[in-house]
Design a protein around this ligand. Sequence first.
Ligand SMILES: C[S@@+](CC[C@H](N)C(=O)[O-])C[C@H]1O[C@@H](n2cnc3c(N)ncnc32)[C@H](O)[C@@H]1O
Length: 364
Amino acid sequence: MHTCPMFDWEAAWHAALYGPGGFFARGEKPSAHFRTAPLVGPELAEALLTLLSRVDAALGFPPVVDFVDVGAGGGELAFAVRSLASASLASGPLASGPLASGSLTSGSLTSGSLTSGSQASGPQASGSQESGSQESGSQESASLAARLRVTAVEVGPPVELPGVRWTSSVPPCVGLLVGHEWLDAIPCPVVTGPSADPWITRWWPALADGALAEVGAPRDEAWAAAVSSVRGAALAIDYGHLVSSRRFTLTGYRGGQQVEPVFDGSCDITAHVAFDACAAAAGGDFVLVSQRDALRALGLSGAVGGSGWDWLESAARAGRIAELRDPSGLGGFGWLLHGNGVAVADLLPELPPWRPNPASFSTG
Ligand SMILES: C[S@@+](CC[C@H](N)C(=O)[O-])C[C@H]1O[C@@H](n2cnc3c(N)ncnc32)[C@H](O)[C@@H]1O
């Protein structure tokens, strides 16, 4: 860890990840180094498609509906959203779809999960996601699928994936923009307390003398720009902290292991997101809730049933959902959801406010 007061942390962090030969710039994919929710299976995409259907309904079913995955990495989330939607459009057996390699079951795209305009698409409808007419559900979901445009935004090299367009900057869009573990990968300055930096005085007032702190201003700016680029909703999913629980969390990941953050391009370098600062920078109508609560509100339930192969598939799905909802793991991630031209209350029911997960600090 560098201690020289003149060391430019932000420049070094940026060069290590995004400079020539940098970790992400040269094409390292998260799947080779750490496990994120899109890599668990299609269930996160399924929940986000349900959220997108609510955004679509609240926008009045525009002719083109965007799903924009910012910081897309290997494009797994974007591709899963495209594939699940396409499977519903085909309205044939989902087993023929692109995700048919065993992880997607016909029970995982429920008839109510892509409805649009009906009561079942509203945030209070989470308990009824598994009910309703398969036929009408698939008609309505087909309508969304036919209008859906999926974009992966990534500064690293794109990956060829059917139905996913790639770009290196956030485009204007109408629909749902998601930054999944994007903000934590945006480099920040680092200061030592005491600090007169305006971001620190507002957002990290308890910084102790001699202690290090990441200055979250570049993330605030990036998030505010992303939210303003979308008509509909923008969602940041990440690990983070609040003004009441700030910690210096800069760390590295390489080959599935947490490592000392070295700025030579050999590892991912990340730090927790100051959610409250990002939320205030983007402003407007927003909520900050836990992934655990949000997934349940979007209808993901891990019921195990049937017999034989069906039982095995439902048990596997239940295991994946349990991993996504684990309060000491991925379920403890924050979901910062902003509405832009859409009321957040039309997208999610009232849920408990997100609280930082103390377990996430123990390795940070
Ligand atoms: C931690 S990875 C997350 C990847 C993927 N979203 C996931 O959860 O598996 C962060 C990704 O964000 C990308 N990234 C960082 N800043 C970016 C920016 N301004 N625009 C586009 N991509 C960016 C990085 O190149 C990296 O692939």
